[in-house]
Design a protein around this ligand. Structure first.
Ligand code: SF4
Length: 319
């Protein structure tokens, strides 16, 4: 049985009592549902740098253009400790093969966006910071998908994040044994429907990136990294029903010679209902998958698009 993809999570979200007040902040969707399909790896950066629990809260302060992590009780500057820890932990997590990271929102260490920042010498707070651990992790790993826990409550955002995690997991699988020009091209080709449905320009742009990198003579390992960083950047925007319906119609076009007129009309009707918001995405996808299988055309490219994992299929019933 293949191992479950690994997902790093701010440890308090798993219910671990590591918050400054001695509590956890469990997200039950993660601990009760996602944990059945993903291997969740808890990380608490503040405990990681040796802070006890309970402890004083931390805050972000901007001094001369640089962000600092400050212990709000004794004003100790924890920035260098946190940066050193974040670099080591990022390295360990990527070596362990994590495929994504769920961060606790609003935290001076873990928040992804809109974290409160005060300007040194001023009392006014701005809401445009990123937690210091997260800042280091995302800078070192632009190819790994990330999300804040608050967005997991939205099925559209949760499904899209999961799709990016699974896409990354398949890239890690392919990476075993090393990358070659042929493997990268094949990987891109087998994900073309995924890109058409989620980021229509990405398929062409990434194809060009691969071609230009090999024209320059870049090493395949570097090309593969550059490819995934650019792919995840392009996937950082939520998709809409239009591109997804378009990708479904492309699959339908390929299998149409094997369908009766009635089956084709029915399939087109369900896709249109999805496009107009009258059906969830799972409805046309499930029907399409059945037709693809019955026609014996469940190749890798079709399967990656029409066969979501069970966890994603649950979410697709609500988007
Ligand atoms: S937000 Fe981050 S640093 Fe704070 S308790 Fe949770 S895991 Fe630890």
């Amino acid at each position: 049985m293949p191992s479950k993809p690994k997902l790093a999570v701010s440890a308090c979200l798993l219910g671990q009592k590591v918050r400054h007040n001695g509590d956890g902040a469990e997200v039950r969707g993660l601990t009760k549902s996602w944990s059945r399909h993903l291997d969740l790896v808890g990380v608490c950066p503040e405990v990681g740098i040796g802070m006890g629990t309970p402890r004083a809260p931390t805050r972000l302060v901007k001094r001369q253009g640089r962000m600092h992590l400050i212990d709000s009780k004794n004003n100790d500057d924890l920035s260098q400790k946190m940066v050193d820890y974040a670099e080591l932990q990022s390295d360990a997590l990527t070596k362990a093969g994590i495929c994504g990271f769920v961060f606790k929102s609003a935290s001076a260490s873990c928040g992804l966006e809109r974290v409160k920042v005060s300007e040194d010498g001023h009392t006014a707070l701005r809401n445009d910071g990123t937690g210091l651990f997260t800042l280091v992790f995302t800078t070192l790993n632009p190819h790994i998908p990330v999300i804040e826990e608050g967005n997991l409550g939205d099925p559209l955002q949760a499904e899209h994040f999961l799709a990016r995690v699974e896409f990354f997991s398949s890239w890690l699988e392919e990476a075993r044994g090393g990358w070659s020009a042929e493997k990268i091209t094949q990987f891109h080709d087998s994900n073309k429907l995924f890109f058409i449905s989620r980021s229509p320009n990405a398929k062409r742009n990434l194809g060009r990136l691969i071609a230009q990198a090999f024209d320059r003579g870049d090493h395949p390992e570097n090309v593969a990294f550059e490819y995934m960083a650019a792919a995840q950047k392009s996937l950082n925007v939520l998709t809409k029903p239009g591109p997804i319906a378009h990708a479904m119609e492309r699959v339908l076009g390929r299998i149409s010679p094997n369908l009766s007129v009635g089956e084709r009309q029915e399939m087109l009707g369900v896709i249109n209902e999805y496009r107009r918001g009258l059906q969830p995405r799972s409805a046309p996808l499930t029907l399409l998958r059945e037709h693809v299988r019955n026609c014996g055309m469940d190749n890798e490219t079709h399967a990656r698009f029409t066969t979501p994992t069970p966890l994603r299929l649950d979410l697709l019933a609500n988007v």
